[in-house]
Design a protein around this ligand. Sequence first.
Ligand SMILES: *Cc1c(COP(=O)(O)O)cnc(C)c1O
Length: 471
Amino acid sequence: MRPDEFRRRAHQLVDWMADYFQNVGELPITPDVHPGDIMRVLPEAAPDDAESFDRIWEDFQQLILPGMTHWNHPGWFAYFPANNSPPSVLAEMVTATLGAQCMSWATSPAATELEQITMTWLRQMLGLPEGFTGVIQDTASTATLVALLSARQRYQSEPGDESSGRLTVYASTEAHSSVEKAVKLSGIGLEQFRRIAVDDEYAMRADLLAQAIQRDLGNGYRPACVVATAGTTSSTAIDPLSAVAEICDGRKVWLHVDAAYAGAAAIVPELRPLFAGIERADSIVFNPHKWMLVNFDCSAYFVRDTQALLRTFQITPEYLRTSQDAEVVNYRDWGIQLGRRFRALKLWFVIRQYGVNGLRDMIRHHVGLAHQLAGRIRETPGFEVVAPVRFGLVCFRYCPRAAAGLDSERLNDLNRRVLARVNAGRKVFLTHTMLGGNHVLRMAIGQRLTMRSHVEMAWDLIQEAASSETA
Ligand SMILES: *Cc1c(COP(=O)(O)O)cnc(C)c1O
């Protein structure tokens, strides 16, 4: 592609991008496709000869776009959001254009130092003390694995310690699957993973955690890490962070807090008390790519003992050694990967473009909508809110009077049908979870363009669907 063609195509695509942002709300939010539909219309082998960009772009619009799920549609209430925003997209364009590898200070000094600065900004925005240092990881899953590996390293670095094979890890039964994956990947092994039961608000029972640790100590195990969740994926439950920190303190147990989704809410002063105790963690992860308008991927990992992190990950082959190593941060030593994208740029663009107050207002807006919706659900006969509403997520279910006496499987099935009917309209998209054995609907409000009218439309569609389904 010649420079003048690149310029022309870039302008053409920017126009498309601006139109997409404007019109995404009118597209079907989920595609009408079956497995294999898209592969079937694509060539099985790469083209030998060059094709024109017109044809590539045409195929994108005809074959690929209709098979996309539109995460940035204002009717998005599924999973948790994956935000983006105009300044974030612009930063991604610049990052892609620079195409830099940001593994070391020397390979991109400004990228390293901007990451240091933006992570300091984020730390202050969250109200975390100075003892925490931040680094951008690709995902919360990686960050949790990094935490577990650091906790494991603490034991392995003790000379003569042969008990590192007896390490145990603790998380609630509501913790994210990435914790289980990290326990597997770290070599600690699932048989040494303790799932702690939750209370009636789906938060970890600190008393049961203390008992489990005590029991393991008595049996010669080495409790290495507790992963507490601030904002669980199913229902945004918050584990009792202060009580958990109290248990970890003094026992050399690494406390990692998974605040992947809800962490963004800690930038709002009136919501910060929900995170009391988080400042006592050894490490924290939160995803600006979920609820802070930054494109995937951007996961902020804050760690207290950076030496423990470096001991775990630092390896300096001769070809990467530089004379500045003693004075600079080399982020390749702060995680698993060597090569790194310039992810601080989009964070910098977003924080500056919206200002901390702008980001706070967005979160307040979503939390406000969630509370309004919960109020509507509570006052509607036949519906119930089934978990406390703390952030942008409302968990609820349909349990009409006519269903009284239905066994729970039939009631679950009714809720499955209501959800399927709502989603079939492709105007809004919600997902489900299981809470206490019940199939419940989750409505996660957090898309940048979501307004009150979208939430109201979704609620109308849910009520309509419910009245069309018979128990
Ligand atoms: C979304 C989520 C994760 C996983 O995040 P990734 O960045 O996709 O790895 C982990 N924990 C919680 C609580 C989450 O909500």
